[in-house]
Write a protein that binds this ligand. Structure first.
Ligand code: NI
Length: 161
């Protein structure tokens, strides 16, 4: 497989729904390690496979001193309580927008070893996971804000890139 260094908006691959990962092959492990490199090069805290041109349900998250990978995630429940915070995205450089999301979620997914796990997350980590899972569904932060704010944000993005 050929991977991109980093795919940026408005590349259409970012709007596609990613496919489930079947078997965890050496190519998948290679993809994960490529994604770590790209995320660290750009000082990111999370990266989804479509952002390197791979339409697969896989993302990585920077945790304290390790990077963890999660496959085929499914959000099982979301809190009614919402929280608004500023988010950026490596695929839309230098754009920061206020995004409202559920404060807490539970997620089930696979580890790169094929183990099924479920996680209860809240606050910042719940936000990071929701942002990355959005990528797997072709949803970007600009799709999470009101249309008039999106128009303004994209005008600013286009004039700076
Ligand atoms: Ni992103």
């Amino acid at each position: 497989m050929q991977y991109h260094p980093l795919v940026t908006y408005p590349n259409p691959i970012l709007r596609k729904k990613a496919n489930l990962v079947g078997e965890i092959t050496p190519e998948i492990e290679e993809l994960i390690s490529h994604m770590k490199t790209v995320m660290q090069q750009h000082n990111g805290i999370g990266l989804a496979a479509p952002q390197v041109g791979a339409p697969l349900q896989l993302f990585i998250v920077q945790e304290e001193d390790e990077v963890r990978a999660f496959l085929n995630p499914q959000i099982l429940s979301s809190s009614k309580e919402q929280e608004t915070d500023t988010e950026g995205c490596l695929s839309i450089p230098k754009l920061w927008v206020e995004v409202s999301r559920p404060h807490a979620i539970t997620v089930s997914c696979l580890t790169p070893k094929g183990k099924e796990i479920s996680l209860s997350l809240e606050g910042f980590s719940a936000r990071v996971f929701q942002h990355e899972i959005d990528h797997l569904n072709g949803i970007l932060i600009i799709n999470r804000i009101p249309f008039w704010k999106r128009w303004k944000a994209l005008r600013k993005y286009k004039s700076s890139s």
